[in-house]
Design a binder for this molecule. Structure first.
Ligand SMILES: CC(=O)N[C@H]1[C@@H](OP(=O)(O)OP(=O)(O)OC[C@H]2O[C@@H](n3ccc(=O)[nH]c3=O)[C@H](O)[C@@H]2O)O[C@H](CO)[C@@H](O)[C@@H]1O[C@H](C)C(=O)N[C@@H](C)C(=O)N[C@H](CCC(=O)O)C(=O)O
Ligand SMILES: Nc1ncnc2c1ncn2[C@@H]1O[C@H](COP(=O)(O)OP(=O)(O)OP(=O)(O)O)[C@@H](O)[C@H]1O
Length: 545
């Protein structure tokens, strides 16, 4: 990973220069639909107006001159941390009704002004946008937002790779990392809280970034993390069951995603309509929408055709309105990556790039061979040695199906485990899924958390053996631990024409065992095992620890 002074810390990115504004100037720029913010106590009447040069909701991130916005959390209130914010140099505090009483003692005698607004979360995004001046009218960077259950990370990398191929400098906000020009920090959330989002967007502008891609999780929409952000193009991949602990039902999960596709949030949209949620979204989106189908839906504006296997990847044609056509190649295995690449291409077209320029950029730079850390990441080519984030039965099935080379004597060897303290019922299903698709199934540890590792493995093994015995499957099932040894065993059993898939942990660099983070990076272990057994590691591989 290319790093800078902020790497490895959770310190949010911000622009180097922020125009100082008085609190009055900041409040007067708020959108009209928001009710007035009330001054509760502290300076303004007669005293000096506080000058604001930053904003945060986290007392641990306060820098001198910040407006500290104290919001209620699930278990505690940000106002409980007012003293910490004041000590760090906050210039003013904004909170809600409940927060004013909590914040007041820490402010007494400080002379710092306290403001009140409810619900205070409604104000955070718009205020951060004003304070950091993150999205002025000149439209730079062009902002792409990607949402959906699967494929967000990969699609954002593909959007950026294509934008870069078109000669644009790029920025990224997502699960793996946040990138603004040369500055890169590892991510904590898929979509950061809104003060960080606006700070990052402002830094991107400052660094001259032309185009930025951002993953928008459903949590982000629910928790208002993209308030005050305006996308040029929003893209939708798919919707399958997930995160119902937060959303309660698929209907509410869909509603959270659909909220991104409204005129106040995005100029236009690109929606894959290969599931019923995508079709509904395309019908209900309140903005100009291009539809895309990989599964051959005739009514789609853009369709993927002539998908042909090309090594582990695929070539395909993207056909659009008026006979428009693009000839594309996706180097990452899997039909789902064809969908991700096609979505990225249509999003770029929707933002205004011409089809001839896009074709030229693709021909010259092959952007969809870009490496996405831990997502179908090809560590070696002979045998094909892949690390993928598939960590549930559906993703494991899709991934195993996509790496099998039909009509050859190539075997598939898979290494995986199941996470501790999560959905116990999926363990045997994952075992059976692998036994049905792989020639050698090596069951090992994932993140056990506080659970007993042997017990987790037993659940997966039971499913694999039951499927093999009941269905007469011709696969070898092994239990090997620890995980690094399992990876080594898989490589030791592989021949050059085989495929070795290490599934589950993707780009993670720690294994969480009983509250301790033990360093473990599947990609590093796989590369070491390949070398140990006389195979080569793919050059230019992106393995960062
Ligand atoms: C469920 C959820 O999203 N919770 C988020 C939420 O936590 P919370 O409401 O419990 O906040 P809290 O910790 O009680 O703190 C309340 C307030 O006090 C502040 N505080 C707290 C402590 C302190 O010392 N000083 C301080 O100022 C906090 O910044 C916060 O503003 O606000 C916190 C501060 O921003 C987030 O870190 C936290 O994300 C947690 C870590 C999380 O795991 N979120 C996941 C579920 C999430 O958002 N995931 C999605 C992706 C999902 C996917 O697609 O896989 C994502 O976008 O990452
Ligand atoms: N379009 C897709 N449809 C279905 N599965 C996909 C798709 N794209 C990727 N996957 C699978 O999901 C895994 C995660 O992919 P990716 O990280 O791009 O998605 P994501 O939406 O960002 O998920 P997460 O937020 O969990 O990282 C991949 O490793 C692959 O196994």
């Amino acid at each position: 990973m290319s790093t800078n002074e902020q790497s490895g810390s959770a310190a949010p990115m911000r622009p180097a220069v922020v125009v100082p504004r008085t609190m009055e100037e900041v409040l007067s720029a708020l959108p009209r639909h928001l009710a007035a913010v009330h001054h509760v106590s502290g300076a303004p009447d007669g005293g000096a107006q506080p000058t604001i040069t930053g904003l945060t909701m986290d007392s641990r991130q306060v820098r001198p001159g910040d407006l500290y916005v104290a919001v209620p959390g699930t278990g505690r209130h940000g106002a409980d941390f007012t003293a910490q914010a004041v000590a760090a140099g906050a210039a003013a505090v904004l909170t809600d009704d409940a927060g004013t009483a909590l914040a007041a003692p820490a402010l007494s005698g400080s002379g710092l002004p306290l403001y009140r607004a409810s619900p205070v979360r409604d104000y955070v995004g718009p205020l951060a946008s004003i304070v950091f001046d993150s999205q002025p009218a000149d439209g730079r960077p062009i902002l792409f937002g990607v949402t959906g259950t699967n494929g967000k990370t990969t699609t954002t990398y593909f959007v950026n790779a294509l934008a870069a191929a078109l000669g644009k400098s790029t920025g990224l906000i997502g699960t793996i990392e946040i990138r603004a020009g040369e500055t890169v920090i590892p991510s904590i959330l898929t979509t950061p809280e809104s003060p960080e989002v606006h700070g990052i967007l402002a830094l991107m502008r400052e660094r001259g970034v032309d185009a930025a891609a951002m993953e928008v999780s459903s949590h982000a929409i629910e928790y208002r993390r993209v308030d005050g952000v305006r996308f040029d193009v929003a893209g939708f991949t798919n919707l399958t069951q997930d995160h119902l602990d937060l959303h309660g039902s698929m209907e509410e999960y869909f509603a959270a995603k659909a909220a991104l596709f409204r005129p106040e949030r995005t100029e236009r949209a690109v929606v894959i309509i290969d599931d019923s949620w995508g079709r509904r979204l395309a019908a209900e989106a309140g903005v100009p929408t291009l539809t895309l189908s990989v599964a051959g839906a005739a009514e789609a504006d853009w369709t993927v055709r002539e998908v042909r296997r090309d090594g582990l990847g695929n070539t395909f044609t993207l056909a659009g309105p008026g006979g428009a056509q693009l000839a594309l190649r996706c180097g990452l295995p899997g039909n789902f990556n064809v969908a991700n690449a096609a979505l990225a291409a249509v999003m770029i077209l929707a933002s205004g790039f011409g089809i001839a320029d896009v074709q030229r950029a693709v021909d010259e730079h092959d952007p969809f061979t870009t490496q996405v850390p831990g997502r179908m990441q090809l560590i070696g080519e002979s045998p094909a040695a892949i690390v993928d984030f598939a960590h549930n039965p559906d993703a494991l099935a899709l991934t195993l199906d996509s790496v099998r080379i039909e009509d050859s004597d190539s075997r598939v060897l898979v290494v995986f485990g199941a996470t501790g303290q999560r959905d116990v019922s999926k363990r045997p299903v994952m075992g059976a899924t692998a036994a049905r698709r792989a020639d050698v199934v090596i069951i090992t540890d994932d993140d056990p958390h506080d659970e007993d590792e042997a017990g987790i493995r037993a659940g997966v093994l039971q499913g694999a053996r039951a499927a093999r015995d009941a269905e007469g499957l011709d696969c070898e099932i092994l239990e090997v631990f620890p995980r690094a040894e399992a990876i080594n065993r898989a490589v030791s059993l592989a021949r050059r024409q085989d495929v070795v898939l290490i599934a589950g942990r993707g780009h993670e660099v720690w294994q969480e065992v009983k509250g301790v983070n033990l360093p473990l990076d599947d990609r590093v272990e796989l590369a070491a095992a390949l070398t140990r057994h006389g195979f080569s590691v793919r050059s230019g591989n992106r393995i960062e620890s």
